[in-house]
Design a protein around this ligand. Structure first.
Ligand code: SF4
Length: 68
């Protein structure tokens, strides 16, 4: 699965980064950056906690492989 961020929605609260620092960070403007989009099964709980923490629902999991 892959983690995706809608940068247009992100308001830079940073909740998600605190809960899922292995995949997310904030850039210099305070907007979320997906630093690693691949989500391993063992990481799912932390990733979902980060997704749920976002007040504007800017994060989602895509269960389709993005490979061509
Ligand atoms: S919690 Fe949502 S709004 Fe806040 S930084 Fe993360 S993606 Fe952006």
């Amino acid at each position: 699965m892959r983690l995706e961020a809608n940068l247009g929605l992100c308001q830079g609260y940073g909740n998600c980064v605190a809960l899922d620092p292995d995949h997310l960070d904030l850039d210099d403007d305070g907007i979320v950056v997906v630093t690693r989009d691949i989500v391993l099964d063992k990481e799912l709980e932390a990733v979902q906690a980060g997704i749920r923490s976002c007040p504007v629902n800017a994060l989602k999991l895509n269960d389709q492989d993005a490979q061509p």
